[in-house]
Design a protein around this ligand. Structure first.
Ligand SMILES: [Zn+2]
Length: 92
């Protein structure tokens, strides 16, 4: 894959640790094993936009008051989302 920073073709997928501030700014969480891209040439490690968006969406939709200070990406994505509407209303 191609590095977003230096356009080298030596970038490879990896998994890394990221530190994320919650949308409400109350605390930061450590997310390990996050899908990442590592570039051999410039040394950058970063997350693709789709992964960043998934993390942001998830942190916005789950109950962050009960969130661990450190968890894996998979654990984060497995958290139940708080539903803004009645999920069990099948009448519509
Ligand atoms: Zn690079």
């Amino acid at each position: 894959m191609t590095c977003n920073w230096c356009e080298s073709s030596h970038a490879t997928s990896s998994s890394g640790t990221v530190y994320w501030e919650l949308p409400d700014g109350t605390k930061a969480v450590t997310i390990t094993e996050t899908p990442s891209v590592t570039c051999e040439d410039c040394g950058m490690e970063y997350q693709e936009d789709s992964v960043v968006k998934e993390i942001e969406d998830q942190l916005f939709l789950i109950n962050t008051k009960e969130l661990e200070a450190e968890l894996t990406y998979k654990q984060l994505m497995a958290k139940p989302r708080l539903l803004k509407r009645n999920y069990f209303d099948f009448s519509s």
